[in-house]
Write a protein that binds this ligand. Sequence first.
Ligand code: FAD
Ligand code: DHB
Length: 393
Amino acid sequence: THTQVGIIGAGPAGLLLAQLLHLQGIDSVVLENRSRERVESRQRAGLLEQTTVDLLRQAGASARLDQLGLVHEGVLLNYNGKRHRIALKELTGGSCVTIYSQTEIVKDLINTRLAAGGMLLFEAEATKLEGLDTDRPTIHYTHEGESHTLTCDFVAGCDGFHGISRASVPPELLTIYDKTYPYCWLGIIARVPPSTHELIYAYHENGFALHSMRSPELSRLYVQCALTDTLEDWPDERIWNELKIRLGTPGWTLQEGPILEKSITPMRSFVSEPMQFDRLYLAGDAAHIVPPTGGKGLNMAVSDTKNLFEALWLWYKEQNTRLLEGYTAACSRRVWRVQDFSNYMTELLHKQPDKAAFDQQLQKSKFDLLTNSEAASRVIAENYVGLASKRAS
Ligand code: FAD
Ligand code: DHB
């Protein structure tokens, strides 16, 4: 088979790219190695910047998001039981964030693609890329036990951190920037109405905790745990107990409910540059990872996708290569801003077992600055809602 754009991966990046291209009359095939059920049920992000919401609207995949998304005008930061609100809307001249689960975004995009007659193959694993330096690159893949090939004009590598796209670039052409953190997040979904209207990020001597939500009925909560911890170390009672201690402030109570799901996520910062190699273009987690504090991973994947879509569109419209050539540069500025913000939020809010008492005092002083300086809070607010949305408005 031949298509214009061969897309590897049906995460938010790959699915959104396929739909945006389709709306401009550009065909694509999406290859996804997991099953539809698996892709639709992977619990991950939930915090959307306004530009992400806008792009999902542009893609025609926002009917449920517009109905069910929870708009937040502020966010709460705790330091050892003391609370500080960052008034996002006020401090940014009107920007907000929206809570809507990545599982639902993926379902909405899959339904939109299939309704438009899009070619989307599940349990189709891309195994090898060939001819990237020609104008007919080939993707080799396996589907239902058989080997197949897909030729295309361009390959979009939207296959996440462990995919084959980045691994297909000769390593000597890539510069890798990498940092790991000596702790993980244990995340749960609980069937209980959120105990807060706005998200709470908490620093506590026992470690970080985050109270987020998925809907008026479902809470999403996270606690910092040790690198060596497994789910067996965290029976439900211990999770609730730590959440109560870490999120606690006078006069506030955490409601408990049945835990529907538990998982542990390692934390890392990673950038691979450039994001393009001949006819291969990487977008999203295939090119970079951030630690989850601040909720930027999904938003950055969507922002890359917008740049890649616009570059391909210009090429198909006018055979103009300007935006394709400038793709890495167009993404990179935001990639590094988000890397800095995610690293800052992570190191501000976690108990850092590897850091000396001196650095822990700096953490405390940074929090003190936030509570006493509107300018410092505004910097957090602008980054949190997404700097791109500010520039555009
Ligand atoms: P992905 O969503 O990873 O999609 C890539 C797709 O490619 C996958 O479906 C994969 O199955 C497929 N694939 C891989 N290899 C192949 C192949 N060879 N052939 C075909 N298909 C292939 N971000 C936040 O903001 N907040 C969070 O709380 C948060 N939690 C997270 C928890 C976990 C466990 C993980 C892994 C990520 C989390 N993130 C979070 C990050 C966020 O979910 C990602 O940044 C986002 O999913 C990136 O989208 P993507 O489309 O680039 O990649
Ligand atoms: C969520 C995750 C985050 O990392 C974050 O900063 C905010 C919200 C979430 O899963 O809801």
